[in-house]
Ligand binder design. Sequence first.
Ligand code: HEC
Length: 154
Amino acid sequence: MKNLFKTTGAALSLALLGGTAFADGHVDAAIKARQSQMQLYAFNLGALGAMAKGAVAYDAEAATAAASNLAAVAMLDQSMLWPAGSDSGAAKTRAKAEMWSNYPDVMAKGKALSDAAVAMQAAAGTDLDSLRGAMGAVGGACGACHKVYREPES
Ligand code: HEC
């Protein structure tokens, strides 16, 4: 999994720094795809959060499935999802232009999420306390990136 992430990092840097190799339709499709990826994060994190809060009974199998999805989605190759010209100044998206100028920090925040998701994958099926213990790092990784690089909802 670490290797996959490395590949993702290298490929993402090409997309971010490589200029405008995408036609307009591809920019829209890329935005839709990355927003869908975020929705998959939210859905699976939501399932874990509901158990952590006690809103849903703890179920080791369901928790493991949600955590595994989270980790898998965090490992996806994102090289085509963040093309130049797909920031909020140029397109209908909430991704701030700062993402493209702070590339190493974006990658660090992405890695923080994949590390936290891998830790959650190990914890989620152990017991409810372990799941709860792993929640903060995952939620924190989402929030740390949104705080800096996502426009507020309009
Ligand atoms: C490395 C940065 C980063 C990380 C980590 C990250 N996000 Fe996001 N997220 C963004 C950006 C940027 C957007 C805006 C994307 C756009 O509009 O094109 C976004 C958008 C979203 C959206 C709105 C999607 C839509 O349909 O418009 C949701 C929901 C979301 N994120 C959930 C999450 C959750 C849950 C996590 C953690 C498990 C997470 N994100 C981790 C950067 C990040």
